[in-house]
Every structure is written in C-alpha cells, then in structure tokens.
Ligand binder design. Structure first.
Ligand SMILES: Nc1ncnc2c1ncn2[C@@H]1O[C@H](COP(=O)(O)OP(=O)(O)OP(=O)(O)O)[C@@H](O)[C@H]1O
Ligand SMILES: [Mg+2]
Length: 330
C-alpha cells in the first residue's frame, strides 16, 4: 500500500541578513531528510534544541516552503499545489503546537475557536449544526460541554491543549503533526494527554508525527523514532531496536532518570554543535563523538539500512558494541 506520507530529500535553507555591505548568509535548518510514514504509525522526532524538528514539522504541514525535495501525500506530490487545491488538502493534515493559544485571539470563546477551522474552509453550517459540532468536539477530547462559552484564560494548561487537539481534529484529518504538545504541561497531565492521543489514534485512524524533547516518552509512545542532528537524520530507530549511532546512545544515556516526576529533557552533551551556516564536510557529530575516526571529518556518512526500517548514518562499525564494552570496562 502507498505510504500516507513520503518525504524525499526534503531541505530548507533560510537566508538571513544580506544588504548593501553584508553578505547574505544561508542557514541549513533541514537537509536531505527522507522517510515514509505508514498509515496509523506514530513517528517520533527527537534531537537537541535547534536541530530542525519544528522546521521539519512546518515543512511537512506545508506551513513553510521547502527549498528542495518532494512531499508525497497519499502518493500525490503536494509541492506544486497552490490556492484552493492546497487549502482542500490542508484539511487532511493538521498541526498541534506546544502552546495552542499563541495563534488564537484571547478574546475568542472556545466555541468560536473550535468553529474557526470550518469558517476558514468556508464550510457552512446552521446554528444547530454548529452547536452539535462544538459539543461533539468537546466530548471527543473529554471536556465538559459548558466550556464552550469559556475563554482561554479560564482554562488550565491541560484543558487548553485538549481544545488545541480538538481544533486540529475538527476537519477529520488523516495526519496530525504534534510539535511538543505536552512540553508545557505537568507530568501527570502530560500522561492524560498522551492517553487521549493514543485513544484518538485508535478510534479515528490517525497517523502522527510526534516531536518531543522527552526521549523516554517518545520511546513509550512511538512506533519509530527519527533522531535528528543539525538538520539531518542520523538514525531511524524502530521500537525495541538497539540504538547504534553514538549520538543516539548519548541521548538515551542522558535521558535515563529514575525519578518519574523529573523532566526528562535532553541535556547538553559535551562539545560544540557546529553551526548550520557552515556545515562541516564530514559527519556533523564528529567533534563530539567518542569514537571519531579520520574519515568522519571528511566524508559525510549516509543513512544505511541495518535491519528492517532501522537505519543509521555512521562510519564507525559496531559503534553500539564498542560503547557497551567501554562502559563495562570502567
Ligand atoms: N524563519 C527562520 N529564519 C531563520 N532561521 C530559522 C527560521 N526558523 C528556524 N530557524 C533556525 O533553524 C534552526 C532549527 O530550528 P527549529 O525551530 O526547527 O529547531 P527545533 O529542533 O524545533 O528546536 P527546539 O527544540 O528548540 O524547538 C534553528 O537554528 C533556528 O534558529
Ligand atoms: Mg521546535
């Protein structure tokens, strides 16, 4: 069956500055990213701050234009789509942000926030249909019907995010891109929202791209994880597979905190991340990698398939085994 989404060599370069006396600078936020997304799959995207996760999310949701590559949705190349055709397709993929209210007018009631997607699409409904739709959407995310007349400042963080999810689901999309949807919530509320997302996925046949800083959460929630480093995928990790890239291993090591109430954000790994302005010739992780070899500085490692969908971009053979042996020896 055709994958729901196929991303082929997707790239986004931002051009900054430039003027009479200043040279225009090119920042590579996402470079040569390819992956397929199967229907019903939950694909996690992890990596340190600034590695291009949100840019990838915005590219996939067609909120920004790629500078290279292709996006196939249900087998159809959506890059050339514009105007009405793009707007119609937009119904089928939606995005949920960390703070769903950053883009909503605080003077808007929950009712009008939930009806906005229909109004934007020009879908006409009479008063009774609009009331029924609002009740249905609130019930879908387990919120009481009376919240329709509230305003965002009257809601808790968890309630706001539920409204954000209901809004994203209003037009019955197939794909939902969630950019750190639980990052601003307390851990207990976070778990409730994750349960809700899982339940909605099962009930509504949704497919998710789930971006998070929280590796333990991503490992629990996602079928497959893309690990990004400086705009590129360094490892594609199916559930249960042993991490192989030294960067993924470092991330997972640092993510293990026994206290469940502790925020399991990705801490900084020692060493400097190179700048996206002057991308190194070889592997971008070479400067921080404990297993670095000569060729890592000069040759870019490409993603190579290991087994099934597990793939890694690293020159070092058996990196995982070497790291394990070193740890055991200490
Ligand atoms: N519109 C823009 N113009 C210029 N540079 C941008 C723009 N948007 C993003 N960038 C840069 O691209 C890089 C990737 O940003 P992005 O927001 O995708 O990272 P991220 O992985 O989502 O980070 P975080 O975990 O902090 O949310 C960053 O260095 C950012 O400064
Ligand atoms: Mg981001």
């Amino acid at each position: 069956m055709t994958p729901l989404l196929s991303i082929r060599s997707l790239s986004r370069v931002f051009s900054n500055g430039g003027g009479l006396f200043r040279k225009k600078r090119q920042f590579r936020a996402v470079t040569d990213v390819s992956f397929d997304l199967e229907r019903g799959e939950i694909l996690g995207v992890v990596g340190e701050s600034g590695c291009g996760k949100s840019t990838l999310a915005r590219l996939v949701s067609r909120l920004i234009e790629p500078t290279g590559g292709e996006i196939l949705f249900d087998g159809q190349n959506i890059r050339p789509l514009k105007g009405r055709a793009l707007s119609r397709l937009r119904r089928r993929f939606q995005m949920v942000f960390q703070d769903p209210y950053s883009s909503i007018d605080p003077r808007q009631s929950i009712r009008s926030a939930l009806l906005e997607p229909f109004d934007v699409q020009g879908i006409r409904m009479n008063r009774a249909e609009r009331d029924a739709k609002v009740s249905e959407l609130l019930a879908m995310v387990s919120l009481p019907a009376h919240l329709a007349d509230s305003y965002q400042h009257q809601l808790s963080g968890g309630q706001k995010q539920r409204v954000g999810i209901a809004r994203a689901l209003a037009l019955s999309p197939s794909l939902v891109v969630l950019d750190e949807p639980t990052a601003s919530l307390d851990v207990s509320i976070q778990a409730q929202v994750i349960n809700l997302l899982q339940d909605l996925r099962d009930r509504l046949d949704l497919t998710y791209v789930f971006i998070s800083h929280d590796l333990a959460l991503v490992q629990y929630f996602c079928d497959r994880i893309l690990v990004m480093y400086l705009g590129r995928i360094v490892e594609v990790l199916p559930r249960g597979a042993t991490p192989t890239h030294p960067y993924t291993i470092a991330l997972l090591d640092s993510a293990f905190v026994p206290d469940p109430h502790h925020r399991r954000d990705i801490p900084r790994i020692s060493g400097e991340i190179p700048s996206g302005y002057d991308e190194p010739r070889g592997c971008a992780f070479a400067g921080r990698c404990p297993l670095v070899e000569n060729r890592c500085h000069s040759q870019l490692p490409h993603l190579k398939s290991l087994a099934g969908t597990h793939a890694v971009a690293c020159h070092v053979k058996g990196a995982a085994q070497i790291i394990l042996e070193t740890e055991n020896a200490v």
